[in-house]
Write a protein that binds this ligand. Structure first.
Ligand code: NIG
Ligand code: FE
Length: 404
């Protein structure tokens, strides 16, 4: 197979345990073979036999190259919007009040059910393209606004189709336990039976990569979530959880007991929950867009996560209610300004740790044998990616070895 050579660039490899911050390699080079990185290192050290076999050469023009960005928590596929609820919140209503009055997730449920698959895809594709422009090469998309077999299936199929129609890798997550639909009001346990049935069927159709739930007083109890996770485990599907977003329900510890890939939000995470996550190797996915948009004041326990060596990822949480956000670069900035992550932690959070949160060992770093998904940026230093607000220095994206 022919090889492609990229040089005249600085590499932020994001490798674990690198001596240099960001795993930086100044004046670096990459050799790509098909869809895979064949060699990564300083330009002056490229093995001569590999160089000889390179049939294409790319001058990166002094760009900084990072791994392709990974958005590991999104609800990108949904119908309608919730601008009106935004107005209500600005007049004093809380996110939980609105949900209790039949708005919130329930209102997006209606709009999503009412949209035909093609409409849903068209609306979602606009958002996807905004993420792609900023260098996203992998993203997770959850269901959770259908809450019936047919509508959850429609969402997951749209998510899969988006991955076929755009040059991006999509991982689908079943979030049937996102809210209790009106038809099951007061019968959450009966709805959980339904969720378990949906999961088995959607898994059989090959639409599910992972299983999520919303563990919260306005959603499901740990005992109810446990029933969904037991069903997921029986199907060998990995789990993750919306945990400790608005209150401490003990969701993180429960998810950790199922070996969760990640626990997400975590503003109310307790020490006990964090210890359980550390022991299980679960990633803490922080969602500064939701924190900002809901004007939360309680910060996730960053120092505790650092002390326990819990890997931290950062994501948009792109959704119509709590984070209508399609900029992962903006999330880098907010993770630093609001949560006090360092720019290096933030960038690890949308590369290596985001890959870990999705259970993907073949991406998130620039290293031999990993996928050739990477981004050329018009910046000198990786901290600039977290620093600038509203800028998009993305010059070029390489996806599976080919310029996108
Ligand atoms: O991640 N917390 C639950 N789910 C979403 C919000 C869903 C919605 O409001 O539509 C979240 O914040
Ligand atoms: Fe979410």
């Amino acid at each position: 197979m022919s090889l492609t050579f990229w040089n005249n660039c600085n590499l932020a490899t994001m490798r674990a345990g690198a001596v240099m911050p960001y795993g930086l390699i100044p004046d670096g080079a990459l050799v790509v073979e098909g869809q895979t990185l064949r060699w990564v290192g300083p330009r002056t050290e490229v093995p001569a036999d590999l160089l000889e076999r390179c049939t294409t050469q790319h001058d990166a023009g002094g760009a900084l190259i990072t791994p392709g960005l990974i958005d590991c928590h999104t609800h990108l596929v949904y119908g309608g919007d919730r601008a009106h609820e935004f107005e209500m919140r600005l007049q004093g209503a809380s996110y939980e009040d609105i949900a209790a009055q039949g708005g919130g997730i329930a209102s997006t449920l209606l709009a999503t059910r009412n949209a035909r698959a093609e409409e849903l895809k068209a609306q979602s594709s606009v958002r996807l393209q905004q993420l792609l422009k900023e260098g996203v090469t992998t993203l997770e998309i959850k269901s959770g606004y259908g809450l019936s077999l047919m509508d959850e299936g429609k969402m997951l199929e749209v998510a899969r189709d988006l991955g076929q129609e755009h040059r991006v890798s999509v991982r689908t997550t079943f979030l049937g336990a996102h809210a209790v639909p009106a038809s099951f009001a007061g019968r959450a346990d009966a709805y959980i039976d339904e969720v378990v049935g949906m999961l088995r069927e959607l898994h059989r159709e090959g639409l599910v990569d992972a299983v999520d739930a919303f563990c919260e007083r306005i959603a499901f109890s740990p005992a109810q979530v446990a029933r969904v996770f037991e069903a997921a485990s029986a199907l060998n599907l990995p789990v993750k959880l919306h945990a400790e977003q608005l209150s401490d329900s003990g969701g993180a510890a429960l998810a950790a007991s199922f070996g969760a890939l990640s626990c997400d939000h975590l503003e109310w995470l307790s020490e006990e929950g964090a210890v359980a996550m550390a022991q299980a190797g679960s990633v803490a996915v922080l969602l500064p867009g939701a924190f900002y948009f809901l004007r939360e004041t309680r910060l996730p326990p960053i120092e505790l996560l650092r002390r326990l060596n819990v890997p931290i990822a950062v994501s948009t949480d792109c959704n119509p209610g709590s984070s209508p956000c399609t900029s992962l670069l903006l999330m880098l900035n907010m993770a630093c300004t609001l949560f006090r992550l360092t720019p290096e932690e933030a960038l690890v959070g949308v590369t290596r740790h985001a890959a870990q949160a999705l259970g993907l060992a073949d991406r998130g770093v620039l290293a031999t044998g990993h996928r050739a998904d990477f981004v050329l940026w018009n910046v000198k230093h990786p901290a600039q990616l977290s620093y600038a607000l509203g800028a998009n220095p993305c010059r070029e994206v390489v996806f599976e070895g080919q310029v996108r």
